[in-house]
Design a protein. Structure first.
Length: 238
Protein backbone atom coordinates (compact mmCIF):
# COMPACT_ATOMS: atom_id res chain seq x y z
CA UNK A 1 0.00 0.00 0.00
CA UNK A 2 1.21 3.50 -0.83
CA UNK A 3 2.71 5.38 2.15
CA UNK A 4 0.64 8.52 1.49
CA UNK A 5 -2.55 6.48 1.32
CA UNK A 6 -1.65 4.73 4.64
CA UNK A 7 -1.26 8.06 6.43
CA UNK A 8 -4.53 9.23 4.99
CA UNK A 9 -6.41 6.16 6.27
CA UNK A 10 -4.87 6.54 9.74
CA UNK A 11 -6.00 10.13 10.00
CA UNK A 12 -9.49 9.28 8.81
CA UNK A 13 -9.63 6.34 11.23
CA UNK A 14 -8.54 8.47 14.12
CA UNK A 15 -11.24 10.96 13.33
CA UNK A 16 -13.84 8.21 13.22
CA UNK A 17 -12.66 6.85 16.60
CA UNK A 18 -13.13 10.12 18.44
CA UNK A 19 -9.97 12.01 17.36
CA UNK A 20 -10.79 14.71 14.87
CA UNK A 21 -8.12 16.33 12.67
CA UNK A 22 -9.94 18.09 9.86
CA UNK A 23 -6.99 20.28 8.82
CA UNK A 24 -4.59 17.36 8.49
CA UNK A 25 -7.15 15.31 6.58
CA UNK A 26 -7.81 18.10 4.11
CA UNK A 27 -4.08 18.64 3.70
CA UNK A 28 -3.48 15.01 2.82
CA UNK A 29 -6.41 14.89 0.39
CA UNK A 30 -5.19 18.04 -1.34
CA UNK A 31 -1.68 16.58 -1.60
CA UNK A 32 -3.06 13.37 -3.14
CA UNK A 33 -5.11 15.34 -5.64
CA UNK A 34 -2.11 17.42 -6.66
CA UNK A 35 -0.04 14.26 -7.07
CA UNK A 36 -2.74 12.73 -9.31
CA UNK A 37 -3.02 15.87 -11.45
CA UNK A 38 0.75 16.03 -11.80
CA UNK A 39 0.83 12.39 -12.95
CA UNK A 40 -1.90 13.07 -15.55
CA UNK A 41 -0.01 16.09 -16.84
CA UNK A 42 3.16 14.03 -17.17
CA UNK A 43 1.34 11.32 -19.10
CA UNK A 44 -0.22 13.92 -21.41
CA UNK A 45 3.19 15.51 -22.00
CA UNK A 46 4.73 12.11 -22.76
CA UNK A 47 1.92 11.28 -25.22
CA UNK A 48 2.28 14.69 -26.90
CA UNK A 49 6.02 14.23 -27.22
CA UNK A 50 5.58 10.72 -28.63
CA UNK A 51 3.06 12.03 -31.19
CA UNK A 52 5.49 14.79 -32.14
CA UNK A 53 8.28 12.23 -32.63
CA UNK A 54 5.99 10.10 -34.82
CA UNK A 55 5.16 13.10 -36.99
CA UNK A 56 8.85 13.89 -37.33
CA UNK A 57 9.61 10.27 -38.26
CA UNK A 58 6.89 10.31 -40.92
CA UNK A 59 8.16 13.61 -42.31
CA UNK A 60 11.73 12.29 -42.44
CA UNK A 61 10.56 9.08 -44.15
CA UNK A 62 8.61 11.10 -46.75
CA UNK A 63 11.65 13.30 -47.35
CA UNK A 64 13.90 10.25 -47.84
CA UNK A 65 11.41 8.72 -50.28
CA UNK A 66 11.23 11.99 -52.22
CA UNK A 67 15.02 12.24 -52.40
CA UNK A 68 15.31 8.63 -53.59
CA UNK A 69 12.60 9.15 -56.23
CA UNK A 70 14.30 12.34 -57.42
CA UNK A 71 17.64 10.54 -57.57
CA UNK A 72 16.15 7.74 -59.68
CA UNK A 73 14.50 10.31 -61.97
CA UNK A 74 17.81 12.10 -62.55
CA UNK A 75 19.54 8.79 -63.20
CA UNK A 76 16.92 7.88 -65.84
CA UNK A 77 17.27 11.28 -67.51
CA UNK A 78 21.06 11.06 -67.54
CA UNK A 79 20.83 7.54 -68.96
CA UNK A 80 18.56 8.74 -71.79
CA UNK A 81 20.85 11.69 -72.50
CA UNK A 82 23.87 9.39 -72.62
CA UNK A 83 21.99 7.17 -75.08
CA UNK A 84 21.17 10.17 -77.27
CA UNK A 85 24.83 11.21 -77.29
CA UNK A 86 25.72 7.83 -78.78
CA UNK A 87 23.08 8.22 -81.52
CA UNK A 88 23.96 11.76 -82.56
CA UNK A 89 27.22 13.28 -83.80
CA UNK A 90 28.32 14.80 -80.47
CA UNK A 91 30.64 13.97 -77.59
CA UNK A 92 30.09 13.23 -73.91
CA UNK A 93 30.78 16.86 -72.96
CA UNK A 94 27.92 18.27 -75.00
CA UNK A 95 25.58 20.14 -72.64
CA UNK A 96 21.92 19.23 -72.35
CA UNK A 97 20.59 22.28 -74.23
CA UNK A 98 22.86 21.67 -77.24
CA UNK A 99 22.05 17.96 -77.18
CA UNK A 100 18.29 18.59 -77.18
CA UNK A 101 18.70 21.08 -80.04
CA UNK A 102 20.50 18.38 -82.05
CA UNK A 103 17.71 15.93 -81.22
CA UNK A 104 15.03 18.35 -82.48
CA UNK A 105 16.97 18.94 -85.69
CA UNK A 106 17.45 15.22 -86.26
CA UNK A 107 13.75 14.51 -85.71
CA UNK A 108 12.89 17.15 -88.33
CA UNK A 109 15.30 15.53 -90.78
CA UNK A 110 13.78 12.09 -90.17
CA UNK A 111 10.26 13.45 -90.69
CA UNK A 112 11.35 14.97 -93.99
CA UNK A 113 12.95 11.71 -95.11
CA UNK A 114 9.83 9.78 -94.11
CA UNK A 115 7.66 12.17 -96.09
CA UNK A 116 9.87 11.73 -99.15
CA UNK A 117 9.74 7.93 -98.86
CA UNK A 118 5.95 8.00 -98.54
CA UNK A 119 5.74 10.24 -101.60
CA UNK A 120 7.91 7.82 -103.57
CA UNK A 121 5.68 4.89 -102.62
CA UNK A 122 2.61 6.90 -103.58
CA UNK A 123 3.98 7.32 -107.10
CA UNK A 124 4.46 3.57 -107.59
CA UNK A 125 1.65 1.95 -109.57
CA UNK A 126 -0.75 -0.39 -107.80
CA UNK A 127 -2.64 -3.38 -109.15
CA UNK A 128 -5.90 -1.42 -109.18
CA UNK A 129 -7.00 1.02 -111.87
CA UNK A 130 -7.71 4.36 -110.22
CA UNK A 131 -7.91 8.08 -110.83
CA UNK A 132 -8.03 11.10 -108.53
CA UNK A 133 -8.30 14.83 -109.15
CA UNK A 134 -7.82 17.33 -106.33
CA UNK A 135 -7.88 21.11 -106.26
CA UNK A 136 -4.72 21.98 -104.34
CA UNK A 137 -4.39 25.80 -104.39
CA UNK A 138 -4.88 29.04 -106.23
CA UNK A 139 -2.09 29.67 -108.69
CA UNK A 140 -1.75 33.31 -107.66
CA UNK A 141 -2.61 34.56 -111.14
CA UNK A 142 -6.30 33.82 -110.73
CA UNK A 143 -6.15 30.23 -111.97
CA UNK A 144 -6.83 27.01 -110.10
CA UNK A 145 -4.20 24.33 -109.63
CA UNK A 146 -5.12 20.64 -109.78
CA UNK A 147 -3.28 17.47 -108.87
CA UNK A 148 -4.35 14.54 -111.01
CA UNK A 149 -3.29 10.91 -110.64
CA UNK A 150 -3.92 8.07 -113.07
CA UNK A 151 -2.97 4.43 -112.47
CA UNK A 152 -3.60 1.81 -115.15
CA UNK A 153 -1.99 -0.67 -117.52
CA UNK A 154 0.90 0.83 -119.43
CA UNK A 155 0.46 1.29 -123.18
CA UNK A 156 2.27 3.23 -125.86
CA UNK A 157 -0.52 5.71 -126.67
CA UNK A 158 -1.28 6.63 -123.03
CA UNK A 159 0.96 9.71 -122.81
CA UNK A 160 -0.19 11.20 -126.15
CA UNK A 161 -3.80 10.82 -125.03
CA UNK A 162 -3.03 12.50 -121.70
CA UNK A 163 -1.44 15.43 -123.52
CA UNK A 164 -4.46 15.73 -125.79
CA UNK A 165 -6.82 15.79 -122.78
CA UNK A 166 -4.85 18.58 -121.10
CA UNK A 167 -4.82 20.64 -124.29
CA UNK A 168 -8.55 20.25 -124.82
CA UNK A 169 -9.23 21.46 -121.26
CA UNK A 170 -6.73 24.35 -121.55
CA UNK A 171 -4.66 23.02 -118.65
CA UNK A 172 -0.97 23.85 -118.34
CA UNK A 173 1.33 21.19 -116.90
CA UNK A 174 3.40 22.48 -113.97
CA UNK A 175 4.87 19.16 -112.89
CA UNK A 176 4.67 15.57 -114.09
CA UNK A 177 5.81 12.33 -112.45
CA UNK A 178 5.58 8.88 -113.97
CA UNK A 179 6.48 5.47 -112.56
CA UNK A 180 6.21 2.14 -114.39
CA UNK A 181 6.44 -1.27 -112.77
CA UNK A 182 5.46 -4.70 -114.05
CA UNK A 183 3.44 -3.44 -116.98
CA UNK A 184 1.57 -0.93 -114.79
CA UNK A 185 2.03 2.83 -114.76
CA UNK A 186 1.11 5.73 -112.54
CA UNK A 187 1.10 9.31 -113.80
CA UNK A 188 0.87 12.21 -111.34
CA UNK A 189 0.27 15.62 -112.89
CA UNK A 190 0.09 19.08 -111.36
CA UNK A 191 -1.77 21.32 -113.79
CA UNK A 192 -3.11 24.88 -113.80
CA UNK A 193 -6.20 26.25 -115.49
CA UNK A 194 -5.95 29.53 -117.38
CA UNK A 195 -8.11 32.55 -116.58
CA UNK A 196 -10.56 32.00 -119.41
CA UNK A 197 -11.30 28.41 -118.35
CA UNK A 198 -10.92 28.88 -114.61
CA UNK A 199 -13.83 27.26 -112.77
CA UNK A 200 -14.48 24.46 -110.35
CA UNK A 201 -16.17 22.59 -113.20
CA UNK A 202 -12.71 21.98 -114.65
CA UNK A 203 -12.26 19.32 -111.97
CA UNK A 204 -15.29 17.40 -113.24
CA UNK A 205 -14.20 17.75 -116.86
CA UNK A 206 -10.75 16.43 -116.01
CA UNK A 207 -12.18 13.57 -113.95
CA UNK A 208 -14.51 12.50 -116.75
CA UNK A 209 -11.75 12.68 -119.36
CA UNK A 210 -9.37 10.60 -117.24
CA UNK A 211 -12.13 8.10 -116.48
CA UNK A 212 -12.76 7.65 -120.21
CA UNK A 213 -9.04 7.22 -120.75
CA UNK A 214 -8.97 4.61 -117.98
CA UNK A 215 -11.85 2.71 -119.54
CA UNK A 216 -10.12 2.69 -122.92
CA UNK A 217 -6.95 1.46 -121.28
CA UNK A 218 -8.89 -1.34 -119.60
CA UNK A 219 -10.56 -2.32 -122.86
CA UNK A 220 -7.24 -2.37 -124.69
CA UNK A 221 -5.72 -4.51 -121.96
CA UNK A 222 -8.60 -6.97 -122.08
CA UNK A 223 -8.29 -7.20 -125.87
CA UNK A 224 -4.56 -7.78 -125.55
CA UNK A 225 -5.08 -10.61 -123.08
CA UNK A 226 -7.80 -12.11 -125.26
CA UNK A 227 -5.50 -12.15 -128.31
CA UNK A 228 -2.76 -13.73 -126.23
CA UNK A 229 -5.15 -16.44 -125.04
CA UNK A 230 -6.34 -17.04 -128.59
CA UNK A 231 -2.80 -17.49 -129.84
CA UNK A 232 -2.03 -19.86 -126.99
CA UNK A 233 -4.97 -22.16 -127.65
CA UNK A 234 -5.09 -21.96 -131.46
CA UNK A 235 -4.11 -25.43 -132.79
CA UNK A 236 -1.10 -25.49 -135.06
CA UNK A 237 -1.90 -26.11 -138.74
CA UNK A 238 -0.76 -29.44 -140.05
Amino acid sequence: MDHNNSDLFQLLGAGAGGGYYPAAAMLMMDHHHQHQVSSDDNMSAIETQASHHQQQDRALAALRNHKEAEKRRRERINSHLARLRTLLPCNSKTDKASLLAKVVQRVKELKQQTSEIITEFETLPSETDEISVLSTADGGHGGLIFKASLCCEDRSDLIPELIEILKSLHLKTLRAEMATLGGRTRNVLVVAADKEHNSIESIHFLQNSLRSLLERSGSADRSKRRRAMDRRFTPASS
